[in-house]
Design a protein around this ligand. Structure first.
Ligand SMILES: [Zn+2]
Length: 442
């Protein structure tokens, strides 16, 4: 999905200080807790090994995991026994758009909503997403989620940690442009992400990074949820994509390429992007090259089951009906072929918070439940370049969740997250059907 916020109408940043500013954000980055917290559970998921470990005792302090199943425990006033649940690293969704959600008004949002509106949507959707167990997202959402990412790191707002792209890069009239408007309305340039030719692309990359992008998102091909032509057509040339990847790499930043058709996917993989988003028409040649280069596929396939077709304009609906079944088959083939896969949903194309539905589809398409859990932990952390999360071990951020029972026996329990800790702070704790929603450790 491409959600374009109206840059021409940019307002001063909204103040987000009301959401929890008074509470002590124990365990958030840069803040000390008074003592260690112990978290106990019947079992935990070892994401690196891809297996369940019976019995889990985690020691958390200063926002990090200090020890896992240690021989001796430190004294603690905060001892949480979660019982018959499985602890997992907080899930990572590598493809969200927190600043909006599909609906009857989403296609006119570019001329009816401001950056401030998008930011407030992102605050609400971020809260929903973290309560679903997703403690990190890579978000393709313009200025709104750059601002939200900073507010989360300050501990001001409860939302997942965010790797933001700022404005996505695309060709004039392409999927990442604002299309469907009269000439003169919403004409965008490199600062807004619309750039043609290698040098403009380089300028656009530099500008996004200057203003907070931690990943570059691009539209290598046309797309579904926009008013331009055939869904799979290549939009950026190999030369433009190569210039983008090379410039981003000079800043230590990776590129994520939205791509449906095979020519555009192949050009993006050859240019060195870190991930292909959607990847609707995969060929054997593409899959071999992705395996060879370690290029991740971010499938966004749960949306096929839940996209609300009736709210789509006729052109968009017909594109969706054409490409989505093809895309689903490509994911199945990619799983069978062993293409690297990182969990990503395109949340916004369906209601935020339903992200875990993606796990069930991977399993239905042939992936083992343990491997499905790895896509949203170790694999997504590798794609995002965030080495401080994605596994429950000493030194990692204390981003910890719990699901009832055993997710390797029944992957659907990932939709029923009972406990969420972000940086050592308990932000959700359902006990006996009641959410304790404690704001501090213990
Ligand atoms: Zn998207």
């Amino acid at each position: 999905m491409n959600i374009r916020v109206p840059v021409l109408l940019a307002l001063a940043a909204v103040l987000l200080s009301s959401a929890g500013a008074g509470a002590q954000m124990a365990g958030m980055p840069g803040m000390d807790t008074d003592g260690p917290t112990i978290v106990r559970a019947a079992r935990m998921f070892d994401a690196e090994a891809g297996r369940i470990v019976e019995g889990a005792v985690l020691v958390v302090q200063n926002g990090h995991i200090m020890a896992v199943n240690p021989a001796t425990l430190p004294d603690s006033d905060h001892d949480i026994d979660l019982g018959d649940v499985t602890l997992l690293p907080g899930f990572i969704d590598a493809h969200t758009h927190l600043g909006g959600e599909i609906g009857p008004t989403s296609f006119t949002a570019p001329v009816t909503e401001t950056v401030a509106d998008a930011t407030l949507h992102a605050v609400k959707n971020g809260a929903t997403t973290i309560r679903a167990g997703f403690t990190t997202v890579r978000d393709f959402g313009g200025e709104a989620t750059v601002a939200l990412s900073k507010a989360v790191e300050r501990g001001d707002v409860l939302a997942p940690r965010i790797i933001p792209s700022r404005n996505a890069l695309g060709i004039t009239g392409g999927h990442c442009d604002a299309t469907g408007w009269a000439a003169g309305v919403l004409e965008l340039g490199p600062k807004e992400g619309v750039a043609d030719g290698p040098w403009e692309v380089v300028q656009a990359v530099r500008y996004q990074i200057k203003h907070g992008a931690k990943v570059i998102k691009t539209c290598a091909t046309a797309g579904v949820l926009s008013m331009e032509g055939p869904v799979g057509a290549q939009q950026y040339s190999y030369e433009e994509l190569k210039a983008m990847v090379d410039e981003a790499a000079r800043h230590g930043v990776k590129v994520a390429a939205h791509a449906h058709g095979s020519e555009g996917i192949l050009a993006a993989v050859r240019a060195g992007v870190a991930s292909i988003e959607h990847g609707s028409v995969l060929t054997d040649e593409i899959m071999d090259l992705m395996k060879e280069r370690g290029t991740y596929l971010v499938p966004t396939t749960f949306l096929v089951d839940v996209i609300p077709l009736d709210v789509l304009p006729p052109l968009v609906r017909s594109k969706a009906e054409q490409v989505l079944p093809v895309a689903r088959r490509s994911v199945e083939r990619a799983i069978a072929a062993g293409v690297p896969i990182a969990f990503g949903t395109d949340a916004a194309v369906f209601p935020h918070g339903l992200n875990a539905g993606e796990f069930e589809v991977y399993v239905r398409l042939g992936m083992s439940p343990a491997e499905a859990l790895r896509t949203a932990t170790v694999h997504a952390a590798d794609l995002l370049g965030t080495e401080d999360r994605g596994a429950l071990k000493a030194g990692m951020l204390a981003d910890i969740i719990a699901v009832p029972g055993n997710p390797v026996d029944d992957i659907s329990v990932t939709k029923d997250v009972r406990f969420v800790m972000l940086g050592g702070r308990v932000v959700k704790h359902v006990e006996g059907g009641m959410d304790m929603h404690r704001m501090g450790p213990g």
